[in-house]
Unconditional design. Structure first.
Length: 173
């Protein structure tokens, strides 16, 4: 038995020594939704090809002791990177229902970790976009240029902050 265990342990440890950069998207969700209408929940849903992942929800109601503060984040990894798009949607809700959402369409970058900032804008309340998503009160294309997304490493996730003056999803002319 010990003779079998030693080679198996050596094989497993040998595989652990090889470090491959991760293929990951880290989604950060922030909001400027005005008070006195507090948010109660932020939900992130992910569509990868035909698969629906999630939804992943966080309680953000400041009246609750188990609430998280914005921004919230979600890491998405992919072992097989293809040409297919991933669509990520963040939705803010209060006690009356959904208030606003923002979406992004992007591809994974092999062996790279990128940050995506979704901003749930107060200016997007009541804005319904037949195509694309809402940013700063306007409907825009939800497709992101992955090369323009900020790189992020495991140590930098907690310290990362979305730019205050601009959105990752840029508002066009």
């Amino acid at each position: 038995m010990d003779r079998l265990l030693l080679p198996l342990t050596a094989m497993l440890l040998g595989h652990g020594c090889v470090s491959t950069p991760r293929t990951e998207l880290v989604v950060f969700v922030e909001s400027d939704l005005a008070r006195p209408d507090p948010l109660s929940r932020v939900t992130i849903s992910v569509r990868h090809g035909e698969r629906e992942l999630g939804p992943f929800s966080d309680i953000v109601d400041p009246a609750r002791s188990d609430a998280r503060e914005l921004p919230i984040s979600l890491g998405l990894t992919n072992r097989t990177v293809g040409e297919d798009l991933i669509e990520i949607t963040a939705t803010a809700a209060n006690r009356d229902g959904d208030v606003v959402s923002q979406s992004a369409r992007v591809r994974f970058v092999p062996e790279r970790a990128r940050a995506i900032c979704l901003r749930l804008d107060d200016a997007c309340r009541g804005v319904v976009c037949a195509e694309g998503t809402c940013a700063a009160g306007r409907c825009i294309d939800a497709s992101l240029d992955v090369d323009a997304l900020p790189a992020i490493d495991a140590a930098g996730v907690d310290a990362f902050r979305c730019p205050q003056s601009s959105h990752t999803i840029e508002v066009g002319p």
